[in-house]
Design a protein around this ligand. Structure first.
Ligand code: SF4
Length: 242
């Protein structure tokens, strides 16, 4: 983004933040792109917090096309947190196959049992209480706040971090603790008051379809006029956000 073109190297210098006019432009371009290109995914058609939790945990390590059939199978078998809590953990792990990273079904199962024990089989709608669950970190809590409870909450998964880093920061190491913290802040600044749900879905899709880790489609990108990484050069970017 042009007004923020200083590219500090020193950890003591402030990192760039988008000015209000730049945030507006980013939102406008992103939402226009999303209206034309956004994916029609089943977890975008629901505000059931459990269904959204299942999708978010599945998507943490797995591509959308592999998640889709398993998402439907899982909800057919465990349609509620209560149903999942009543199942054996090993049965849940078996249902999860072949998605892998089996800590994920174990986590889901533990969250289900905790929600039954503490909240009658529901998920609470405030972030601090969500974060008190073992297995619900800042990203999953933000996704639940935004997608299930429709609040103006930031998210920062790998796709979102990559897009914000490239457009606003441009070069350097996106993986440092300081940068991660800063990208959370930028994500919070960027989320609009109106269409917050669409905005967060849009930036995830944009990172998955346009501003991809290895071969971003810079030549056809609607953000190119404001992106500090344009044209993307992997030699200028630090460790890749994949
Ligand atoms: S111009 Fe390239 S690096 Fe910048 S947002 Fe678009 S695809 Fe990503």
């Amino acid at each position: 983004m042009r007004a923020s073109q200083s590219r500090p190297r020193s950890a003591s210098r402030p990192l760039p933040e988008p000015a209000p006019a730049e945030r507006q432009r980013f939102r406008r371009v992103l939402l226009r792109w999303y209206d034309r290109n956004g994916r029609d995914l089943p977890w975008r058609q629901t505000d059931d917090p459990y269904h959204i939790l299942v999708s978010e945990i599945m998507l943490q390590q797995t591509q959308v096309d592999r998640v889709l059939p398993k998402y439907h199978e899982w909800l057919g078998k465990y349609p509620s947190l209560g149903a999942l809590a009543g199942a054996r953990e090993e049965a849940a792990v078996k249902t999860w196959y072949p998605l892998g990273y089996n800590i994920r079904p174990r986590r889901l199962h533990a969250i289900a049992r905790e929600s039954v024990a503490r909240f009658g089989g529901e998920l609470p709608s405030d972030e601090d209480t969500l974060r008190s669950f073992k297995g619900i970190g800042p990203y999953t809590a933000g996704a639940l706040m935004s997608f299930a409870f429709r609040k103006r909450a930031p998210i920062l998964d790998t796709n979102v971090a990559r897009v914000l880093f490239r457009v606003v920061i441009g070069r350097g190491d996106p993986k440092t603790h300081r940068m991660r913290k800063h990208l959370w802040k930028i994500s919070g600044l960027m989320v609009p008051h109106k269409r917050a749900f669409d905005f967060n879905q849009a930036i995830m899709d944009f990172g998955a379809l346009v501003c991809t880790a290895r071969r971003p489609k810079c030549a056809a990108c609607p953000m190119s006029g404001m992106c500090l990484a344009y044209p993307f050069d992997p030699r200028r970017e630090g460790p890749s956000l994949e």
